[in-house]
Every structure is written in structure tokens, then in C-alpha cells.
Design a protein around this ligand. Structure first.
Ligand code: G3H
Ligand code: 13P
Ligand code: ZN
Ligand code: NA
Length: 283
């Protein structure tokens, strides 16, 4: 069965490593994540974004991930990524997700706290884990300048207050990462991460981790990051592999001949990430 993320992150905290959270959008990616986790004997988190829900639907994603978990010898969790409302979190909990993120980061602090607490009330009663977000994680379009970053990055004191007022299970923070591909090399604010980790006693989540150099990810893990989100690197591997097949033979019409190599390419990328995060052999 699907396991709560809290359980995986508790062990990660004990072992000082991070669990990979990989975005799923279709059967091939679900299979790639499971194959990678099995090959690495690693605990793993599958997560569904707003785009994934729109594309595949909550029930399809749940059924695919649940089937993967039932076949797995490693622990598998299914998490809602950037949940947009109380109602969406409830729907995922009802369907059987083992974890949800309620992303109230665009709200004023007290409203983010209130919304997170509403979700926590139900999640606690059902054994589901809850991730919240504080600060603004960039998108590819955002150009965050150094002089503006205090307004965007997570404030350590605010993080301490937020965790005290919610008791949330894990916290996504903004320290310089962004979703999607980076234009240059991202610079992470490790001093800020260290401060936050010293003030909150829960696992920290790093979003936008595709494109962050391995050494930087590992430094973030050494400072308290326990869940690392990867989507873009999977998309890149998947689509490049599809393109390669089609470029080689423009007459190929068998979807399996296109998607099979894409699934294999995604598996390799995920295995590499699992090794970087230190979760290899931790299942
Ligand atoms: O949370 C961000 C994901 O990386 C991408 O989301 O599937 O809604 O485009 P999307
Ligand atoms: P990337 O697409 O940059 O890997 O970010 C993924 C993410 O943070 C999902 O929540
Ligand atoms: Zn994210
Ligand atoms: Na990124």
C-alpha cells in the first residue's frame, strides 16, 4: 500500500539523506519511477501536479501509483504537488493519496496558516501527511534579483512561527530555486536554509531541483532538506528520447517504439537522482 510521506522523511532525517519526489503524468513515468526505486532499493515519492491532474485525472494517477506500490518491494508514497485548495486536498485524500501539499504561499501569512490548519485537521484524522509552503519559489519567467530576494525568499523567523502555529509535517521553502529549466546556474541561499533548519524541527522540502548542480543539492541535504522535487529533468529525458526515435525513423508509427526508450531514459535519470540524494539502499 501507499505509505505516508512523513514516515519516509522521518527515516531520512535519521539517516541524513533525502527522498526523491518525482512528478508523474502517465503510465510510463510511474513505471520508470518504480523501476528506478527498485533498482536502487530506495524509498520513493510519486507526486501529481496541477498539470498532471488536468492531463490524466486524479483517479488515473491514483490507480497507476497504487498499482505500482502494490507491486513494489520498496516504500512508495503518492503526494499531491502544489495543492491549490482545501477542496482539492480533500478530493485527493478521499481517492487515497498518502500525502498532500497545500500551497498557500500566495496568501498572507495568517491566511496560509489558517488554510494549512484546515487541511491538517482532516489529514490527521486519516493518516495523510501534509506539506505547506512559505515564500515564493520562482517560475522560469521570474527573474529574482538579489535586492528583491528578501521579499521572495522564506523568512526564517516567519518559518518558525508558521510551524509553531500549524504543526505541519514538512515545509517547502524558497531559497533561490525555480520550477522549470534555469537560464543560468541557480545560486542557493545556504545561510538562509541553515537558519530555517535551526528554527524548525520538521523536514524541509526543496522544489525546483531539476537543474540545480548535484553538489548544491547535496549541500542542501546536509543542511536539512529531506524531500527533493524533480520534474523538469524527467520531462527532458523523456521527450529527448522520443525525439531521437522519431528523428532516426520519421516513419515510426508504433507508440511503444517511441515511449519505451523514453521510459528507459526516465528510469536512468531517476536512478542518478536517487544516488545523489543518498537514498539508494535505504528501502
Ligand atoms: O509543480 C510544478 C511542476 O513541476 C509542473 O507543473 O505539471 O502543472 O506544469 P505542471
Ligand atoms: P522542477 O521541474 O524544476 O524539477 O521542479 C519540480 C517541483 O518542484 C515540483 O513541485
Ligand atoms: Zn514545486
Ligand atoms: Na528547476
Amino acid at each position: 500500500p501507499l505509505v505516508p510521506v512523513t514516515e519516509l522523511l522521518k527515516k531520512a532525517e535519521e539517516g541524513k539523506y533525502a527522498v526523491g519526489a518525482f512528478n508523474v503524468n502517465n503510465m510510463e513515468i510511474v513505471q520508470a519511477i518504480l523501476a528506478a526505486a527498485e533498482a536502487e532499493k530506495a524509498p520513493v515519492i510519486m507526486q501529481a501536479s496541477q498539470g498532471a491532474i488536468k492531463y490524466a485525472g486524479i483517479e488515473y494517477i491514483f490507480t497507476l501509483a497504487n498499482l505500482a506500490a502494490s507491486q513494489a518491494t520498496v516504500p512508495v508514497a503518492l503526494h499531491l504537488d502544489h495543492g491549490t485548495s482545501f477542496e482539492q486536498c480533500m478530493k485527493c485524500i478521499r481517492v487515497g493519496f498518502s500525502s498532500v501539499m497545500i500551497d498557500g504561499s500566495k496568501l498572507p501569512l495568517e491566511e496560509n496558516i489558517a488554510l494549512t490548519n484546515r487541511v491538517l485537521d482532516v489529514a490527521r484524522a486519516t493518516g495523510v501527511s501534509v506539506e505547506a509552503e512559505l515564500g515564493k519559489i520562482g517560475g522560469t519567467e521570474d527573474d529574482i534579483h538579489v535586492d528583491e530576494k528578501d521579499a521572495f525568499f522564506t523568512d526564517p523567523e516567519e518559518a518558525r512561527y508558521f510551524v509553531e502555529k500549524t504543526g505541519v509535517d514538512s515545509l517547502a521553502i524558497a531559497i533561490g530555486t525555480a520550477h522549470g529549466q534555469y537560464k543560468g546556474v541557480p545560486k542557493l541561499d545556504f545561510a538562509r536554509l541553515e537558519k530555517i533548519a535551526g528554527l524548525v524541527n520538521i523536514p524541509i522540502v526543496l522544489h525546483g531541483s531539476s537543474g540545480v548542480p548535484d553538489e548544491a543539492v547535496q549541500q542542501a541535504i546536509s543542511l536539512g532538506v529531506r524531500k527533493v522535487n524533480i520534474d523538469t529533468n524527467i520531462r527532458e529525458a523523456f521527450v529527448y528520447a522520443c525525439r531521437q526515435v522519431i528523428e532516426k525513423d520519421a516513419k515510426e508509427i508504433d507508440p511503444r517504439k517511441v515511449l519505451g526508450p523514453a521510459r528507459e531514459a526516465a528510469t536512468q535519470v531517476i536512478r542518478e537522482k536517487i544516488r545523489v540524494f543518498g537514498s539508494s539502499g535505504k528501502a
